[in-house]
Design a protein around this ligand. Structure first.
Ligand SMILES: *Cc1c(COP(=O)(O)O)cnc(C)c1O
Length: 390
């Protein structure tokens, strides 16, 4: 291949050129503060209002229910910590989440545990799902919030959020979902889902990094996470990232348009790679349910190998992907997601995530497969722990 083959769209995505075009006039224009009372301030305010309407249209909610944040992690932290702190004043100090959430949720929950909150970590099935009946069984009179992700960022499985939200509604418990991987990949409508809060992030659907949003259903009032000026209806302080917000608005409009065609394209790439790898390379397994998963996610374990080795081999051949083991260089712990679905440590270590985006081609998928067919047997032959089945 004469170009970088980027197959790590679950980590981040390239900014769509049309999004860049939407952002440029904001970056190069007069750049007034949206809170200022003169024409260029009003202009910036209008640009934000347009983006808010674009997000609301994509999610099926009111513009006034959309709050811009500094990304998906902030949106998750706000929903969780803001709700926990608010409801703690009513004596509700119990939270429910799953064992395989994104670190933005896991670590926000753990921070609350240190502050005396109690967290129930729901188990996940071997094929990668949280069971609604487990949510129902975990809810107590002092439960403040249930937070379960809409689509898992490592194995791509899509969670039964509609059922979970219905249980929460019936038991009068607030329900948040981290939809960062889902928005732009599958249809996401907050009213159909029935959730009270939903997080999204611009850079996961070909928008800019460092900007996201939290949907907060009208009438739901988590405490503020960022205190300061009166921006975002006094609920999220800080001079707005106008260019980023405009980019997010443009990106979400593009992302939800032609969604069916885009999904069909991603499913074709995903299923080609899964089918060919599992057929041609022995002792490989797909993690997460084969059907009820994100259109662009293939998560595959290669027995007897370390993900890092595969990652480097792929990088040398111009392919960007992700391991399923250490999420950052200062940790060698296998992924909590893979452990949650019951993968043994060795299998978790030899796991790769390939995540496709609309810009990827079938030629790139074929290239990935031929590279894997070349490097996996070579590396296994060198591996001290590889013992092929007879
Ligand atoms: C990327 C991601 C986040 C974090 O979003 P940022 O905008 O990078 O802070 C949160 N949750 C999930 C599921 C993600 O994939």
């Amino acid at each position: 291949m004469d170009h970088i083959v980027y197959l790590d769209n679950a980590a981040t995505t390239p900014v769509d050129p049309q999004v860049v075009q939407a952002m440029l006039p904001v970056l190069t224009g007069p750049g007034g503060n949206p809170s200022s009372h003169y024409s260029i301030g009003y202009e910036a305010k209008e640009q934000i209002d347009t983006a808010r309407a674009q997000v609301a249209a994509a999610l099926g909610c009111l513009p006034g229910e959309v709050y811009f944040t500094g990304g998906g992690s902030e949106a998750d932290n706000w929903a969780i910590k803001g709700t926990a702190r608010k409801l703690a004043r009513q004596g509700k100090k119990h939270l429910i989440t799953s064992a395989f959430e994104h670190h933005a949720v896991v670590h926000a929950m753990q921070a609350l545990e240190k502050d005396g909150f109690e967290v129930t970590w729901l188990p996940v099935t071997a094929d990668g799902f949280v069971r609604p009946e487990d949510v129902a069984a975990a809810i107590r009179p002092d439960t403040a919030l249930v937070s379960v992700m809409l689509a898992n960022n490592e194995i791509g499985t899509i969670q039964p959020i509609q059922e979970i939200a219905a249980i929460c509604r019936e038991k009068k418990v607030l329900c948040h979902t981290d939809a960062v991987q889902a928005v732009g990949a599958i249809p996401v409508n907050v009213k159909e889902l029935g959730v009270d809060m939903l997080s999204l992030s611009g850079h996961k659907f070909n928008g800019p990094k460092g900007v996201g949003a939290l949907y907060i259903r009208r009438g739901v009032l988590p405490d503020n996470l960022i205190d300061g000026g009166g921006q975002e209806s006094r609920r999220r302080a800080g001079t707005e990232n106008v260019a980023g917000i405009v980019g997010l608005g443009a990106a979400i409009e593009l992302a939800v348009g032609h969604l069916e065609e885009k999904q069909a394209h991603l499913v074709a790439l995903r299923d080609y790679v899964i089918g060919r790898v599992l057929a041609n390379i022995p002792e490989t397994r797909l993690n997460g349910d084969a059907k009820n998963r994100l259109p662009g996610n293939a998560n595959i374990s290669f027995a007897g190998l370390e993900g890092e080795t595969i990652l480097l081999d792929l990088d040398m051949r111009g392919i960007c992907a992700s391991t399923g083991s250490a999420c950052n260089s200062d940790s060698l712990d296998p992924s909590h997601v893979l452990l949650a679905i019951g993968l043994p440590h060795e299998a978790a270590h030899g796991t790769m995530r390939f995540s496709f985006g609309p810009q990827n081609t079938m030629e790139e998928a074929e290239y990935l497969c031929s590279v894997l067919e070349e490097i996996i047997p070579l590396r296994r032959a060198m591996s001290p722990v590889w013992k092929p089945l007879a």
